[in-house]
Design a protein around this ligand. Structure first.
Ligand code: MN
Ligand code: MN
Length: 460
């Protein structure tokens, strides 16, 4: 029988369509609110606590037993939600997603004045087309620490009454020479400077009128000084909420679908997961977009340490072999987005249509990612693909397979290989989408919903 993809919109019942819309309404609220990894973390941990999950530190004070729901937080930028089974050493069923997204970070000494405007200098984070960041209303989110250690939260640009920020582009009238440049050179990294002020009212003789006013404002409003940017993490992202796209409202445009679309599906599914024999874990990590290093990335010991603590609490004696077994016997859905076929760029030959994810055709399974002959990818075992396929068939999940682009067209990676290196069975399984890594990305409500149904099925 000929294989054909199933189009979610054509397949689902009216009742399921209502559930799909309700799910996406919640997802859009998450996407609009959780604009940074810190904000995503806060949303996830709050939802976990409200659903009855206990903080790990608190759980370790008493008895830890099968059926317990526990949340471990990692430096306010990552989290692991455990639904404990009988013996963790027998392996876990893990859905792992990331909550960081490409953006512009404010530098340590960012403020300067030029042409009657004050700017903040940025250093971009993750893979971006630099020219994408021009001419957009921008918001600023993050934390600053004052000299005395006081933490100040800063969030500007999301409330309709807030001001926004902006990076200016050259007018078309004078762009003849610029437009001859390669697209990658049209805007240089150092040119991504954010306009944050213009008025020099009250300028003192020989002073920096505009920048001084910004300094005064920051001191009055937040109590911070210019030097406090040295101990800060401030992220520039597009301002404003996620929006429905199309007359039929079937798509969502928003910042950070990669990978908050899988992260929200992961969260919803783990909050609904019921305790069974095997331990279930919803894992949310930071730093995927820059290589998963650091103490908040997937390569850190955070998750391993949390599992070791739980094993220690549930076994009479702790043995390192339990930990190794727990990982070696785990099954993992690496919950990350993939590229859906984009008809606008058919002529470039960067997609191989027969193996690309199709928008609207459900959650996407990628046996491998990588580049240059699967380089750097986890290449999932056919046995595990078969297991997952059986789960999805049993639960009626609409799924397809996906390769991220044509052979040698480029490529990408995920966190999949990291847990696979510890011996787990891992496959990439997430949402196909368009305009990946653009400031505003595009995804199908149908695929968002099937991604949630896929993770829910995995844990059933
Ligand atoms: Mn991703
Ligand atoms: Mn990415």
């Amino acid at each position: 029988m000929k294989y054909e993809r199933t189009n979610v919109w054509e397949q689902i019942s009216d009742e399921e369509l209502q559930e799909l819309e309700a799910y996406n309404k919640e997802y859009m609220a998450f996407l609009s609110q959780a604009k940074t990894e810190r904000l995503a973390h806060d949303w996830i941990v709050k939802a976990a606590l409200e659903a009855g999950f206990k903080p790990l530190e608190e759980a370790l004070q008493g008895d830890v037993k099968p059926g317990d729901k526990i949340v471990a937080s990692n430096h306010g930028k990552g989290a692991a939600l455990f639904v404990l089974g009988e013996d963790i050493a027998e392996g876990m069923d893990i859905v792992g997603s990331h909550i960081d997204a490409p953006r512009l970070d404010i530098k340590a000494v960012p403020l300067h004045e030029e042409g009657n405007m004050a700017y903040l200098r940025t250093h971009y984070y993750g893979g971006v087309k630099l020219y994408h960041w021009l001419n957009l209303p921008l918001a600023l989110h993050g934390v600053m620490f004052k000299k005395d250690g006081t933490k100040v939260d800063i969030h500007v640009g999301e409330d309709p009454d807030d001001p926004v920020f902006y990076i200016n582009d050259l007018l078309i009238h004078l762009s003849h020479k610029l437009l001859q440049e390669k697209a990658s050179d049209v805007i240089k990294g150092e040119q991504l400077q954010v306009v944050i002020g213009h008025s020099s009212r009250g300028k003192e003789k020989d002073g920096e009128g505009v920048a001084d006013n910004v300094r005064k404002f920051l001191l009055e409003k937040y109590g911070v000084e210019e030097a406090d940017f040295m101990s800060a993490e401030l992220e520039v992202v597009p301002a404003g909420p996620a929006r429905e796209v199309g007359f039929d409202r079937s798509l969502i445009a928003g910042h950070g679908h990669d990978d908050r679309i899988c992260s929200f599906a992961n969260l919803k599914a783990v909050l609904e997961a019921q305790p069974t024999k095997r331990t279930k874990v919803g894992l949310f990590v930071d730093k995927e977009e820059v290589g998963s290093q650091g103490n908040t990335g997937m390569l850190s010991a955070f998750f391993e340490n949390a599992v070791a603590e739980l094993l220690g609490a549930m076994h009479e004696t702790y043995d390192e072999r339990y930990l190794k077994r727990a990982f070696a016997h785990s099954r993992v859905l690496s919950a990350d987005v993939t590229a859906a076929y984009d008809p606008q760029f058919e002529a470039l030959g960067v997609f191989e249509k027969q193996n690309a994810a199709m928008l609207g055709c459900g959650v996407s399974i990628s046996k491998y990612t990588g580049s240059g002959g699967k380089g750097g990818s986890n290449d999932a075992n056919a046995e595990f693909l078969s297991d997952i396929r059986q789960v999805f068939e049993r639960e009626g999940v609409i799924y397809q397979t996906a390769e991220l682009g044509a052979v040698n067209a480029g490529g990408g990676g995920t966190i999949a290989y990291i847990l696979a290196n510890a011996g787990a069975e891992v496959v990439d399984c997430g949402t196909g989408m368009l305009s990946m890594h653009a400031p505003i990305e595009l995804a199908s409500k149908a695929d968002a919903y099937e991604t949630y149904r896929a993770y829910r099925a995995f844990w059933k």
